[in-house]
Design a protein around this ligand. Structure first.
Ligand SMILES: [Zn+2]
Ligand SMILES: [Zn+2]
Length: 348
């Protein structure tokens, strides 16, 4: 089989390797589609701990495929089942794992992060992932490309669960990339009132407005004034930073209404994450600041049902499809930031 393996900083290779052997407790999934995530691009650009010439890793954690082989001890699946595989696994017995938050386990492992992932014709699904409910069956109503973006949608859902958007609240999203668009789609579902969107690229804002109805664009260069004009000087109830910009995090405190909630969704580059803020803004407005990272399998399942019920439409997020042999071109396209999601698709 063919796979895209990372060997270190800026060293990704399309290599031929053996189809993984599975044990009696594992499943082999034949990949249908795997989407490129911003974190894949960062891993390629900067390298990643544990990955080197002698320890290469197949990237890809946004995965949809078909069950190709089932270990004899595994029940509940059949070959041919279409599945989305949630990538995160934990020890199974710590407090976080008991709460279902495997992605917060100290022994966290994930496909495409520290175990071989989805930019590969086949993926071995470890028993832990199967036991923890990461292998989620989907029906034929959803395309593989769309199913491959369940995972980032679930990460966005995880973020929004921390800030609890209430009916009619004003939501500001800063950053109109795929994550910003997903935040807008889900905020709409949660009953948000007005959704404001700001990004330095007018092009991206326009694209998002095509996908999510009734977005109000705000000028990124003049954000505080625009927010205050729109809200009668009160500020927004919710601010989501869907970008990795320190200044955006710092400025968010000044944009908030009383009891406002801020979500720092996009992380900052390591070592450049010290921010300054006027702490009295937090104090006198009773603000809450939340963070979120990754997602759990339950949230992936929730996204699957929202899509199945026709409440969430993810098709518009797919900008471009590439085959695995054109992986480098796909990475180049995704890094260019023109489109939204770039998906690697595989032949049946
Ligand atoms: Zn991702
Ligand atoms: Zn654990």
């Amino acid at each position: 089989m063919w796979a895209a393996k990372l060997y270190g900083k800026k060293d990704i290779r399309i290599v031929e390797c053996g189809v993984p052997q599975i044990s009696a407790d594992e499943i082999l999934v034949k990949t249908s589609a795997a989407a490129i995530c911003g974190s894949d691009l960062r891993m390629i650009e900067n390298g990643y701990r544990g990955i080197d010439e002698t320890h290469p890793l197949i990237l890809g954690h946004e995965i949809c495929g078909v069950v190709a082989e089932i270990g004899k001890n595994v029940t509940g699946y059949q070959t041919g089942d279409r599945v989305v595989v949630a990538p995160n696994m934990g020890c199974g017995h710590c407090k976080n794992c008991q709460d279902g938050d495997y992605h917060l386990c100290q022994e966290y492992q994930a496909l495409g992060i520290n175990m071989d992932g989805g930019f590969s014709q086949y993926i071995r699904i470890p028993d832990k992932a199967i036991r923890q409910g990461n292998v989620i069956r989907i029906d034929d109503s959803v395309s593989s490309e769309e199913a491959a973006v369940f995972e980032p949608a679930a990460c966005v859902l995880n973020g929004q669960e921390q800030i609890e958007i209430r009916q009619g609240e004003d939501v500001l999203i800063i950053g109109a990339g795929p994550i910003g668009v997903l935040h807008a789609l889900l905020a709409r579902l949660q009953g948000a009132g007005r959704i404001f969107l700001s990004d330095l690229s007018e092009d991206r804002v326009r694209k998002c407005m095509e996908l999510v109805p009734n977005i109000v664009p705000l000028d990124a260069g003049n954000l505080e004034k625009e927010v205050m004009d729109q809200t009668g000087g009160k500020g927004v109830d919710i601010c989501i930073t869907a970008c990795a910009v320190k200044g955006v995090q710092e400025a968010s405190f000044g944009l908030m209404n009383m009891k406002g909630r801020i979500l720092f969704f996009g992380g900052l580059p390591a070592g450049k994450d010290l921010i300054q803020m006027h702490s009295n803004l937090l104090h006198y407005k009773e603000l809450k600041v939340c963070g979120s990272t990754r997602c759990n399998a339950q949230q992936c399942r929730k996204i699957a049902s929202l899509v199945r019920e026709g409440k969430l439409e993810l098709k518009g997020l797919i900008s471009q499809k590439f085959e695995l042999r054109d992986f480098e071109e796909a990475v180049h396209y995704a890094a260019g930031g023109q489109g939204l999601k770039t998906v690697i698709v595989f032949e049946d």
